[in-house]
Write a protein that binds this ligand. Structure first.
Ligand SMILES: Cc1ncc(COP(=O)(O)O)c(C=O)c1O
Length: 481
Protein backbone atom coordinates (compact mmCIF):
# COMPACT_ATOMS: atom_id res chain seq x y z
CA UNK A 1 0.00 0.00 0.00
CA UNK A 2 1.33 3.40 -0.92
CA UNK A 3 1.39 6.46 1.31
CA UNK A 4 0.87 8.56 -1.82
CA UNK A 5 -2.51 9.60 -3.11
CA UNK A 6 -3.62 9.28 -6.66
CA UNK A 7 -2.08 12.41 -8.26
CA UNK A 8 -5.43 14.04 -9.03
CA UNK A 9 -6.54 13.45 -5.45
CA UNK A 10 -3.29 14.99 -4.13
CA UNK A 11 -3.86 18.11 -6.23
CA UNK A 12 -7.46 18.35 -5.00
CA UNK A 13 -6.34 18.06 -1.36
CA UNK A 14 -3.73 20.79 -1.86
CA UNK A 15 -6.42 23.07 -3.25
CA UNK A 16 -8.74 22.24 -0.35
CA UNK A 17 -5.93 23.01 2.11
CA UNK A 18 -5.12 26.28 0.30
CA UNK A 19 -8.80 27.27 0.43
CA UNK A 20 -8.88 26.52 4.14
CA UNK A 21 -5.92 28.84 4.70
CA UNK A 22 -7.34 31.55 2.44
CA UNK A 23 -10.60 31.44 4.43
CA UNK A 24 -8.70 32.13 7.66
CA UNK A 25 -7.19 35.26 6.14
CA UNK A 26 -10.45 36.46 4.60
CA UNK A 27 -11.41 38.21 7.85
CA UNK A 28 -8.48 38.10 10.31
CA UNK A 29 -10.12 40.89 12.35
CA UNK A 30 -12.63 38.47 13.92
CA UNK A 31 -14.86 39.83 16.68
CA UNK A 32 -13.53 37.21 19.09
CA UNK A 33 -9.83 36.48 19.19
CA UNK A 34 -9.93 34.16 22.21
CA UNK A 35 -12.35 31.46 23.37
CA UNK A 36 -11.75 30.01 26.83
CA UNK A 37 -11.80 26.20 26.87
CA UNK A 38 -11.56 23.69 29.64
CA UNK A 39 -8.62 21.26 29.43
CA UNK A 40 -10.99 18.29 29.92
CA UNK A 41 -13.07 19.14 26.87
CA UNK A 42 -9.94 19.68 24.78
CA UNK A 43 -8.53 16.39 25.94
CA UNK A 44 -11.75 14.60 25.00
CA UNK A 45 -11.57 16.17 21.54
CA UNK A 46 -8.13 14.79 20.70
CA UNK A 47 -7.50 11.84 23.00
CA UNK A 48 -7.63 9.18 20.28
CA UNK A 49 -6.40 5.64 19.79
CA UNK A 50 -3.51 5.09 17.38
CA UNK A 51 -5.37 4.63 14.08
CA UNK A 52 -4.60 1.41 12.26
CA UNK A 53 -6.78 1.93 9.20
CA UNK A 54 -6.80 4.79 6.67
CA UNK A 55 -9.03 7.80 7.22
CA UNK A 56 -10.49 10.19 4.69
CA UNK A 57 -7.92 12.91 3.92
CA UNK A 58 -10.49 15.47 2.88
CA UNK A 59 -12.36 14.96 6.17
CA UNK A 60 -9.08 15.54 8.01
CA UNK A 61 -8.67 18.94 6.40
CA UNK A 62 -12.24 19.71 7.46
CA UNK A 63 -11.38 18.55 10.96
CA UNK A 64 -8.47 20.97 11.01
CA UNK A 65 -10.87 23.72 9.96
CA UNK A 66 -13.49 22.88 12.58
CA UNK A 67 -11.39 21.68 15.53
CA UNK A 68 -7.87 23.11 15.29
CA UNK A 69 -8.45 26.61 13.91
CA UNK A 70 -11.25 27.58 16.32
CA UNK A 71 -9.27 26.28 19.29
CA UNK A 72 -6.23 28.38 18.35
CA UNK A 73 -5.72 31.97 19.48
CA UNK A 74 -4.56 33.42 16.20
CA UNK A 75 -1.96 36.17 16.25
CA UNK A 76 -3.04 37.13 12.74
CA UNK A 77 -5.94 38.95 14.43
CA UNK A 78 -5.01 42.59 15.17
CA UNK A 79 -6.84 42.34 18.51
CA UNK A 80 -4.18 39.88 19.65
CA UNK A 81 -1.70 41.53 22.07
CA UNK A 82 -0.17 38.44 23.68
CA UNK A 83 3.50 37.57 24.11
CA UNK A 84 5.57 38.48 20.99
CA UNK A 85 4.03 36.55 18.12
CA UNK A 86 4.06 37.46 14.46
CA UNK A 87 0.96 38.13 12.39
CA UNK A 88 2.24 35.85 9.61
CA UNK A 89 2.58 37.88 6.41
CA UNK A 90 0.89 36.16 3.49
CA UNK A 91 3.99 35.84 1.29
CA UNK A 92 5.58 33.99 4.20
CA UNK A 93 2.56 31.68 4.32
CA UNK A 94 2.67 30.96 0.58
CA UNK A 95 6.43 30.40 0.54
CA UNK A 96 6.19 28.09 3.57
CA UNK A 97 3.83 25.91 1.55
CA UNK A 98 6.27 25.90 -1.37
CA UNK A 99 9.43 24.92 0.48
CA UNK A 100 7.67 22.58 2.90
CA UNK A 101 5.80 21.03 -0.02
CA UNK A 102 9.05 20.30 -1.83
CA UNK A 103 10.48 18.99 1.46
CA UNK A 104 13.76 20.83 0.92
CA UNK A 105 16.41 20.02 3.51
CA UNK A 106 18.80 22.95 3.84
CA UNK A 107 21.57 21.16 5.65
CA UNK A 108 24.12 20.49 2.93
CA UNK A 109 25.10 22.10 -0.33
CA UNK A 110 24.45 18.95 -2.32
CA UNK A 111 20.86 18.83 -0.98
CA UNK A 112 19.91 22.43 -1.61
CA UNK A 113 22.47 24.73 -3.19
CA UNK A 114 19.74 27.26 -4.08
CA UNK A 115 18.32 27.42 -0.57
CA UNK A 116 21.88 27.52 0.80
CA UNK A 117 22.68 30.64 -1.21
CA UNK A 118 19.30 32.17 -0.36
CA UNK A 119 20.09 31.73 3.34
CA UNK A 120 23.45 33.46 2.85
CA UNK A 121 21.65 36.36 1.12
CA UNK A 122 18.91 36.78 3.74
CA UNK A 123 21.45 36.79 6.57
CA UNK A 124 23.13 39.71 4.80
CA UNK A 125 19.79 41.44 4.26
CA UNK A 126 18.77 41.08 7.91
CA UNK A 127 22.13 42.48 9.04
CA UNK A 128 21.81 45.40 6.60
CA UNK A 129 18.20 46.02 7.62
CA UNK A 130 19.29 46.78 11.18
CA UNK A 131 22.39 48.76 10.23
CA UNK A 132 25.04 46.07 10.70
CA UNK A 133 27.85 45.24 8.31
CA UNK A 134 26.80 43.21 5.24
CA UNK A 135 29.80 40.98 6.03
CA UNK A 136 28.05 39.75 9.18
CA UNK A 137 27.64 35.98 9.35
CA UNK A 138 24.80 34.04 10.87
CA UNK A 139 22.34 31.23 10.57
CA UNK A 140 18.58 30.91 10.65
CA UNK A 141 17.18 29.06 13.64
CA UNK A 142 13.80 27.88 14.86
CA UNK A 143 13.46 30.98 17.04
CA UNK A 144 15.04 33.33 19.53
CA UNK A 145 15.66 30.66 22.14
CA UNK A 146 17.78 28.64 19.72
CA UNK A 147 19.47 31.78 18.44
CA UNK A 148 20.45 32.77 21.99
CA UNK A 149 21.77 29.28 22.64
CA UNK A 150 23.70 29.39 19.36
CA UNK A 151 25.26 32.79 20.06
CA UNK A 152 26.15 32.02 23.69
CA UNK A 153 27.72 28.75 22.59
CA UNK A 154 29.80 30.66 20.02
CA UNK A 155 30.75 33.22 22.69
CA UNK A 156 32.00 30.52 25.03
CA UNK A 157 33.80 28.60 22.30
CA UNK A 158 35.62 31.63 20.99
CA UNK A 159 36.42 33.24 24.32
CA UNK A 160 37.24 30.09 26.25
CA UNK A 161 39.35 28.53 23.54
CA UNK A 162 38.54 24.91 24.48
CA UNK A 163 40.65 23.50 21.64
CA UNK A 164 43.83 25.11 22.99
CA UNK A 165 46.37 23.13 25.04
CA UNK A 166 44.94 22.51 28.56
CA UNK A 167 47.17 25.13 30.17
CA UNK A 168 45.66 27.85 27.94
CA UNK A 169 42.05 26.87 28.48
CA UNK A 170 39.72 28.76 30.76
CA UNK A 171 38.04 26.97 33.62
CA UNK A 172 34.32 26.83 32.63
CA UNK A 173 33.16 26.91 36.25
CA UNK A 174 34.73 30.36 36.73
CA UNK A 175 33.11 31.96 33.69
CA UNK A 176 30.56 34.71 34.24
CA UNK A 177 27.85 36.06 31.95
CA UNK A 178 26.13 39.41 32.58
CA UNK A 179 22.64 40.62 31.71
CA UNK A 180 19.94 42.74 33.27
CA UNK A 181 17.31 41.11 35.44
CA UNK A 182 14.85 41.85 32.59
CA UNK A 183 16.65 39.51 30.18
CA UNK A 184 14.58 36.81 28.47
CA UNK A 185 14.52 33.48 30.31
CA UNK A 186 16.05 31.71 27.31
CA UNK A 187 19.41 33.24 28.20
CA UNK A 188 19.36 31.48 31.55
CA UNK A 189 18.09 28.23 30.05
CA UNK A 190 20.77 28.40 27.34
CA UNK A 191 23.47 28.69 29.99
CA UNK A 192 21.85 25.82 31.84
CA UNK A 193 22.00 23.73 28.64
CA UNK A 194 25.67 24.68 28.34
CA UNK A 195 26.34 23.24 31.79
CA UNK A 196 26.65 26.56 33.62
CA UNK A 197 25.21 26.97 37.08
CA UNK A 198 22.68 29.68 37.87
CA UNK A 199 25.22 31.88 39.70
CA UNK A 200 27.26 32.11 36.50
CA UNK A 201 24.64 34.49 35.13
CA UNK A 202 24.97 37.80 36.95
CA UNK A 203 21.59 39.52 36.83
CA UNK A 204 22.16 43.25 37.08
CA UNK A 205 19.52 45.70 38.26
CA UNK A 206 17.83 48.22 35.99
CA UNK A 207 16.86 51.88 36.21
CA UNK A 208 13.21 52.91 36.51
CA UNK A 209 12.92 52.63 32.71
CA UNK A 210 14.00 48.95 32.86
CA UNK A 211 17.33 49.56 31.08
CA UNK A 212 20.35 47.91 32.63
CA UNK A 213 22.29 49.92 35.20
CA UNK A 214 25.67 50.06 33.43
CA UNK A 215 27.53 51.38 36.50
CA UNK A 216 26.30 48.45 38.57
CA UNK A 217 27.34 46.14 35.73
CA UNK A 218 30.85 47.57 35.66
CA UNK A 219 31.13 47.24 39.46
CA UNK A 220 30.09 43.60 39.22
CA UNK A 221 32.63 42.87 36.48
CA UNK A 222 35.39 44.49 38.53
CA UNK A 223 34.50 42.63 41.68
CA UNK A 224 34.35 39.33 39.75
CA UNK A 225 37.81 39.98 38.29
CA UNK A 226 39.06 40.77 41.77
CA UNK A 227 37.61 37.50 43.07
CA UNK A 228 39.38 35.51 40.34
CA UNK A 229 36.31 34.82 38.18
CA UNK A 230 36.38 35.00 34.38
CA UNK A 231 33.95 37.58 32.99
CA UNK A 232 33.13 36.21 29.55
CA UNK A 233 30.08 37.80 27.99
CA UNK A 234 27.66 40.72 28.34
CA UNK A 235 24.12 40.17 27.06
CA UNK A 236 22.23 43.35 26.21
CA UNK A 237 18.47 43.37 25.74
CA UNK A 238 17.22 45.28 22.71
CA UNK A 239 13.50 45.09 23.28
CA UNK A 240 12.98 43.30 26.58
CA UNK A 241 10.04 40.94 26.58
CA UNK A 242 8.28 42.44 29.57
CA UNK A 243 8.34 46.13 28.68
CA UNK A 244 10.26 46.52 25.39
CA UNK A 245 13.14 48.37 27.07
CA UNK A 246 16.33 48.73 25.03
CA UNK A 247 19.56 48.73 27.02
CA UNK A 248 22.26 51.33 26.36
CA UNK A 249 23.98 49.17 23.75
CA UNK A 250 26.74 51.66 23.04
CA UNK A 251 27.83 51.72 26.67
CA UNK A 252 27.58 47.92 26.89
CA UNK A 253 29.76 47.62 23.77
CA UNK A 254 32.36 49.91 25.38
CA UNK A 255 32.34 47.90 28.61
CA UNK A 256 32.69 44.64 26.68
CA UNK A 257 35.59 46.03 24.72
CA UNK A 258 37.29 47.54 27.80
CA UNK A 259 37.20 44.26 29.75
CA UNK A 260 37.65 41.91 26.79
CA UNK A 261 34.18 40.33 26.94
CA UNK A 262 32.00 38.99 24.14
CA UNK A 263 29.05 41.30 23.50
CA UNK A 264 25.77 39.58 22.63
CA UNK A 265 22.51 41.46 22.02
CA UNK A 266 19.19 39.72 22.44
CA UNK A 267 17.21 41.68 19.87
CA UNK A 268 14.83 38.78 19.20
CA UNK A 269 11.86 41.10 19.53
CA UNK A 270 13.14 44.65 19.10
CA UNK A 271 15.91 44.18 16.52
CA UNK A 272 13.96 45.06 13.37
CA UNK A 273 12.98 48.41 14.91
CA UNK A 274 16.67 49.37 14.55
CA UNK A 275 15.83 49.64 10.86
CA UNK A 276 13.25 52.39 11.35
CA UNK A 277 13.88 56.12 11.57
CA UNK A 278 11.47 56.44 14.51
CA UNK A 279 13.38 54.01 16.78
CA UNK A 280 16.86 53.68 15.26
CA UNK A 281 18.44 55.97 17.87
CA UNK A 282 17.56 53.57 20.68
CA UNK A 283 19.74 50.89 19.13
CA UNK A 284 22.99 52.86 18.72
CA UNK A 285 25.84 50.44 19.30
CA UNK A 286 24.05 47.30 18.07
CA UNK A 287 26.44 47.23 15.13
CA UNK A 288 29.32 46.66 17.57
CA UNK A 289 27.84 43.43 18.94
CA UNK A 290 29.77 40.21 18.43
CA UNK A 291 26.46 38.38 18.05
CA UNK A 292 22.78 39.26 17.82
CA UNK A 293 19.57 37.28 18.21
CA UNK A 294 16.80 38.57 15.95
CA UNK A 295 13.56 36.77 15.18
CA UNK A 296 12.12 37.26 11.71
CA UNK A 297 9.06 35.47 13.12
CA UNK A 298 8.49 38.42 15.38
CA UNK A 299 8.88 41.86 13.86
CA UNK A 300 9.76 40.94 10.29
CA UNK A 301 6.26 39.40 10.20
CA UNK A 302 7.39 35.90 9.18
CA UNK A 303 5.41 32.80 10.19
CA UNK A 304 6.50 31.00 13.36
CA UNK A 305 9.78 29.08 13.58
CA UNK A 306 11.89 31.66 11.77
CA UNK A 307 14.67 32.85 14.06
CA UNK A 308 18.12 34.17 13.31
CA UNK A 309 21.52 34.26 15.01
CA UNK A 310 23.87 36.88 13.61
CA UNK A 311 27.60 36.61 14.30
CA UNK A 312 29.75 39.59 13.33
CA UNK A 313 32.75 37.49 12.34
CA UNK A 314 31.45 34.59 10.22
CA UNK A 315 34.60 32.57 11.01
CA UNK A 316 33.56 32.47 14.67
CA UNK A 317 30.34 30.65 13.80
CA UNK A 318 32.24 28.11 11.73
CA UNK A 319 34.87 27.61 14.43
CA UNK A 320 32.16 26.99 17.04
CA UNK A 321 30.44 24.30 14.96
CA UNK A 322 33.47 22.58 13.56
CA UNK A 323 32.36 18.93 13.82
CA UNK A 324 32.27 17.32 10.38
CA UNK A 325 31.85 13.54 10.53
CA UNK A 326 33.00 11.43 7.57
CA UNK A 327 29.46 10.68 6.47
CA UNK A 328 28.79 14.39 6.01
CA UNK A 329 32.09 15.41 4.43
CA UNK A 330 32.23 15.79 0.70
CA UNK A 331 34.26 12.78 -0.49
CA UNK A 332 33.96 13.35 -4.25
CA UNK A 333 36.59 15.81 -5.54
CA UNK A 334 37.01 17.30 -2.05
CA UNK A 335 39.31 20.08 -3.20
CA UNK A 336 37.23 21.30 -6.09
CA UNK A 337 35.29 23.90 -4.07
CA UNK A 338 34.32 24.74 -0.51
CA UNK A 339 30.61 23.87 -0.23
CA UNK A 340 28.25 26.07 1.78
CA UNK A 341 26.96 23.51 4.28
CA UNK A 342 24.57 25.04 6.80
CA UNK A 343 24.75 22.07 9.16
CA UNK A 344 28.33 23.19 9.86
CA UNK A 345 27.07 26.48 11.28
CA UNK A 346 24.45 25.26 13.75
CA UNK A 347 23.34 22.45 16.08
CA UNK A 348 20.74 21.09 13.71
CA UNK A 349 21.31 18.80 10.78
CA UNK A 350 17.95 18.25 9.11
CA UNK A 351 16.47 21.71 8.80
CA UNK A 352 13.85 23.27 6.59
CA UNK A 353 14.52 25.95 4.00
CA UNK A 354 13.05 28.75 6.13
CA UNK A 355 15.36 31.17 4.30
CA UNK A 356 12.99 30.90 1.33
CA UNK A 357 10.16 32.52 3.27
CA UNK A 358 12.38 35.36 4.49
CA UNK A 359 13.71 35.87 0.95
CA UNK A 360 10.24 35.90 -0.62
CA UNK A 361 8.89 38.25 2.06
CA UNK A 362 11.65 40.80 1.40
CA UNK A 363 11.33 40.42 -2.37
CA UNK A 364 7.54 40.62 -2.43
CA UNK A 365 7.22 43.69 -0.24
CA UNK A 366 10.62 45.40 -0.15
CA UNK A 367 12.42 46.50 3.00
CA UNK A 368 10.77 49.94 3.02
CA UNK A 369 7.25 48.53 3.40
CA UNK A 370 8.39 46.38 6.30
CA UNK A 371 10.04 49.36 7.98
CA UNK A 372 6.81 51.29 7.54
CA UNK A 373 4.73 48.58 9.24
CA UNK A 374 7.13 48.46 12.20
CA UNK A 375 6.93 52.24 12.39
CA UNK A 376 3.11 52.06 12.42
CA UNK A 377 3.15 49.50 15.23
CA UNK A 378 5.41 51.72 17.33
CA UNK A 379 3.29 54.79 16.65
CA UNK A 380 0.01 53.12 17.52
CA UNK A 381 1.37 51.67 20.76
CA UNK A 382 2.91 55.03 21.73
CA UNK A 383 -0.54 56.48 21.04
CA UNK A 384 -2.01 53.91 23.43
CA UNK A 385 0.62 54.89 25.99
CA UNK A 386 -0.38 58.55 25.65
CA UNK A 387 -4.11 57.73 25.96
CA UNK A 388 -3.49 55.68 29.10
CA UNK A 389 -1.20 58.28 30.64
CA UNK A 390 -3.88 60.93 30.15
CA UNK A 391 -6.77 58.84 31.51
CA UNK A 392 -7.73 59.18 35.19
CA UNK A 393 -8.78 55.51 35.46
CA UNK A 394 -5.62 53.96 33.96
CA UNK A 395 -1.97 53.94 34.93
CA UNK A 396 0.91 53.43 32.53
CA UNK A 397 3.46 51.28 34.37
CA UNK A 398 6.48 51.54 32.05
CA UNK A 399 7.70 53.88 29.31
CA UNK A 400 6.64 52.77 25.82
CA UNK A 401 9.95 52.29 24.03
CA UNK A 402 8.73 50.05 21.20
CA UNK A 403 5.35 48.34 20.80
CA UNK A 404 4.74 46.98 24.31
CA UNK A 405 2.51 48.80 26.75
CA UNK A 406 2.21 47.81 30.42
CA UNK A 407 -0.71 49.32 32.26
CA UNK A 408 -3.35 48.73 34.90
CA UNK A 409 -6.86 49.89 35.67
CA UNK A 410 -6.94 52.29 38.63
CA UNK A 411 -10.45 53.45 39.62
CA UNK A 412 -10.63 55.55 42.76
CA UNK A 413 -10.92 54.02 46.20
CA UNK A 414 -8.50 51.09 46.00
CA UNK A 415 -5.32 50.56 48.03
CA UNK A 416 -2.27 48.88 46.36
CA UNK A 417 -3.35 45.37 47.32
CA UNK A 418 -6.89 46.06 46.21
CA UNK A 419 -5.61 47.25 42.83
CA UNK A 420 -3.60 44.06 42.36
CA UNK A 421 -6.64 41.95 43.15
CA UNK A 422 -8.92 44.09 40.94
CA UNK A 423 -6.54 43.85 37.98
CA UNK A 424 -6.18 40.09 38.46
CA UNK A 425 -9.95 39.73 38.27
CA UNK A 426 -10.07 42.13 35.34
CA UNK A 427 -7.40 40.20 33.41
CA UNK A 428 -9.54 37.13 33.87
CA UNK A 429 -12.67 38.98 32.72
CA UNK A 430 -10.91 40.34 29.62
CA UNK A 431 -9.66 36.87 28.76
CA UNK A 432 -13.10 35.30 29.13
CA UNK A 433 -14.70 38.11 27.14
CA UNK A 434 -12.39 37.29 24.21
CA UNK A 435 -12.77 40.50 22.15
CA UNK A 436 -9.10 41.31 22.79
CA UNK A 437 -6.32 39.00 23.94
CA UNK A 438 -4.00 40.69 26.48
CA UNK A 439 -2.27 38.42 29.00
CA UNK A 440 -0.85 39.92 32.15
CA UNK A 441 2.53 40.29 33.80
CA UNK A 442 4.03 42.05 36.79
CA UNK A 443 5.75 45.42 36.56
CA UNK A 444 7.54 46.82 39.62
CA UNK A 445 5.80 43.93 41.39
CA UNK A 446 2.32 45.16 40.40
CA UNK A 447 -0.22 43.08 38.48
CA UNK A 448 -0.26 44.59 35.00
CA UNK A 449 -1.74 44.19 31.56
CA UNK A 450 0.98 43.70 28.96
CA UNK A 451 -0.13 44.58 25.44
CA UNK A 452 2.31 43.97 22.61
CA UNK A 453 1.61 44.19 18.92
CA UNK A 454 3.85 43.23 16.02
CA UNK A 455 0.93 42.94 13.62
CA UNK A 456 0.87 44.76 10.28
CA UNK A 457 -2.95 44.64 10.33
CA UNK A 458 -3.03 46.70 13.51
CA UNK A 459 -4.19 50.35 13.52
CA UNK A 460 -4.88 53.12 16.03
CA UNK A 461 -8.57 52.13 15.98
CA UNK A 462 -7.62 48.74 17.42
CA UNK A 463 -5.86 50.52 20.26
CA UNK A 464 -8.98 52.56 21.02
CA UNK A 465 -11.02 49.36 20.97
CA UNK A 466 -8.59 47.70 23.38
CA UNK A 467 -8.87 50.56 25.84
CA UNK A 468 -12.67 50.70 25.51
CA UNK A 469 -13.03 46.95 26.18
CA UNK A 470 -10.77 47.04 29.24
CA UNK A 471 -12.55 50.12 30.57
CA UNK A 472 -16.03 48.64 30.00
CA UNK A 473 -15.10 45.42 31.80
CA UNK A 474 -13.17 47.34 34.44
CA UNK A 475 -16.25 49.37 35.33
CA UNK A 476 -18.34 46.22 35.47
CA UNK A 477 -15.84 44.35 37.65
CA UNK A 478 -15.30 47.24 40.07
CA UNK A 479 -19.05 47.83 40.43
CA UNK A 480 -19.57 44.18 41.28
CA UNK A 481 -17.04 44.32 44.14
C1 LIG B 1 13.68 39.24 23.99
C2 LIG B 1 13.36 37.81 23.63
N1 LIG B 1 14.34 36.91 23.53
C3 LIG B 1 14.11 35.62 23.22
C4 LIG B 1 12.83 35.17 23.02
C5 LIG B 1 12.59 33.73 22.69
O1 LIG B 1 12.23 33.62 21.34
P1 LIG B 1 11.43 32.38 20.78
O2 LIG B 1 10.10 32.40 21.44
O3 LIG B 1 11.37 32.64 19.31
O4 LIG B 1 12.20 31.15 21.11
C6 LIG B 1 11.75 36.07 23.13
C7 LIG B 1 10.37 35.62 22.96
O5 LIG B 1 9.42 36.35 23.07
C8 LIG B 1 12.02 37.43 23.45
O6 LIG B 1 11.04 38.34 23.57
Amino acid sequence: MSLDFDHGEFRRLLHQAADTVADIYESPDQAHVFEPRHPDSMRRLFDEELPRRPGDASDLIERFRSEVIPTSTLAINPNFYGYVISAGNQMGVVSALLHAGANICNAKWDLSSGAAEIERTVIRWIAEFIGCSPNTGGVLTTGGTMANLTCLHVARKIKANPDAPPADQLDPSRMKFYASNEVHSSVESSLDMMGMSSNQLRCIGTHADFRIDCDALEDQILSDIEAGHLPLCIVGSAGSTNTGAVDDLDRLASLASEYGLWFHVDAAYGGPAAGTTIARGLFAGIEKADSITLDPHKWLYLPVETGCALVRNPRHLEQAFSLKPDYLRRQASPNEYEPLDWYARTFQFTRDAKAVRVWMTFLAHGADAIREEIDNNIQSMRYLGALLAGAPDFELLAPVALSTVCFRYVPQGYDPEGLDELNRVLLDAVEKDGRVFVPGTRVHGMVSFRACTINHRHTKEHVERLMAVVRELGERVSLAR
